[in-house]
Design a protein around this ligand. Structure first.
Ligand SMILES: Cc1ncc(COP(=O)(O)O)c(C=O)c1O
Length: 387
């Protein structure tokens, strides 16, 4: 049956490989094309309106077209979208991040991938070592060091500098550090990795990672690109451990492209041009005032009470799904459905009026009220129970 989305996909196929420019949004035979969004509803090119629980892969904390964010971004747009000079806007967003996390220094970039890549560079520069330890199943973007080392296009040499260990395996971590102790620059961890099933790591494992990193002068990078929305200072603050470097992105841009690395002067000294920093790292659109201003507004709108409300809604949502027999993981406003067939599941949910991530990820947004979440839960339960 012909559809406007189908026509668009056919047209896309003439100019984009397979009609796609972003692997994570592809569902066969082709995804619906989005036309507009308002609050927690998205409208597609065929006129369907669905609850947006994808929220651009968790980044749209306040849904679509939040009036305060539009105002802040529009003011930035009319004053100049980017300059070959720094602006006060980057200072203000860094101040907000410092206040929320206790992490003193920040550097901005344009995506989570860039933030992780920059953190790895910083760790290597600070330690003079090459190896990175990370954990199986965690997604940290698309940089060479953080994708499956057998991925086509990744140089074979990268694998020798990356140790991928089972998440939560204390013995494997201890052994790896004993074996490579003088050559490990960083341990990179996501405390609740989405692609590995969105299950939080144990407090014991998080503490062990922290202690081993400290004992062996390894830089601990906590990747909070997804999890930052779960606590005022990110998920890490719930574990009570410090990171040497923190990577964030998504929600801190208020819906615009962003990434950032936070750390101490010690670990970020290689980027300090006033102290002969040895690492030069530009980024034509890094810290552009539109992302910075929208991000400040998004974070100001997400103070303690609102964050707690949204996290509670998420807890209730998972309880409802679990009591209907669905498998669901997560914490606070982030949930992950565990499905036997993600493609079929994605379409069933979309047809029931709920847009989720192609891996079953759902993120709530602040326009959602209790009634919305109850409707979403009913739709998910109905869709998943249908044959
Ligand atoms: C934990 C984590 N790190 C890094 C990234 C990469 O972020 P981006 O897609 O902005 O490059 C993601 C993206 O989903 C992520 O979930």
């Amino acid at each position: 049956m012909s559809s406007r989305s189908g026509d668009l996909h056919e047209r896309a196929g003439r100019v984009l490989p397979g009609g796609n420019t972003r692997s994570t949004v592809f569902v066969p035979p082709h995804p619906p094309y989005a036309v507009s969004g308002r609050g927690c509803i998205v409208r597609d090119a065929d006129g369907n309106e669905v609850y947006d629980c994808n929220n651009n892969y968790t980044s749209l904390l306040h849904g679509h077209a939040h009036p305060d964010i539009i105002r802040a971004a529009s003011a930035a747009l009319t004053s100049g979208t980017a300059f070959g000079l720094p602006t006060e806007a980057e200072i203000e967003l860094a101040e907000i991040l410092s206040e929320r996390t206790g992490v003193p220094l920040w550097r901005f970039c344009n995506s989570g991938t860039e933030a992780v890549t920059m953190a790895i560079r910083a760790a290597r520069a600070a330690t003079g070592r090459d190896r990175i330890i990370r954990f199986h199943g965690s997604y940290h973007g698309t940089g060479n060091e953080v994708v499956d080392p057998t991925t086509a296009g990744v140089p074979r040499s990268v694998a020798s500098d990356v140790l991928v260990l089972p998440q939560g395996d204390a013995t494997a971590l201890r052994n790896a550090i004993v074996e490579h102790r003088d050559d490990v620059a960083a341990i990179l961890i996501d405390l609740m990795p989405n692609r590995a099933g969105l299950r939080p790591v144990t407090t014991e494992f998080a503490s062990l990672v922290r202690h081993l990193a400290t004992d062996h002068e390894i830089v601990l990078i906590v990747d909070e690109v997804i999890t930052f929305r779960l606590g005022i200072g990110g998920l890490r603050s719930r574990y009570g451990i410090d990171a040497d470097l923190t990577t964030v992105g998504k929600i801190i841009g208020g819906g615009f492209p962003v990434g950032a690395v936070g750390g101490t002067p010690e670990v970020l000294r290689s980027f300090n041009p006033t102290a002969n920093g040895r690492v030069s790292w530009g980024g034509t659109f890094s810290a552009n005032p539109v992302s910075m201003r929208a991000g400040q507004t998004a974070l100001r709108l997400f103070a303690h009470d609102e964050m707690t409300r949204l996290n509670k809604l998420g807890d209730l949502f998972r309880e409802e799904l679990a009591s209907a027999g669905l498998r669901v993981n997560g914490a606070g406003s982030l949930s992950r459905l565990i499905l036997d067939d993600y493609q079929a599941g994605w379409w069933k949910l979309y047809e029931a009026g709920v847009l989720v991530g192609t891996n079953g990820l759902l993120a709530l947004s602040t326009p959602m009220q209790e009634e919305d979440v109850a409707t979403i839960a009913n739709r998910v339960i109905g869709a998943m129970s249908s044959a």
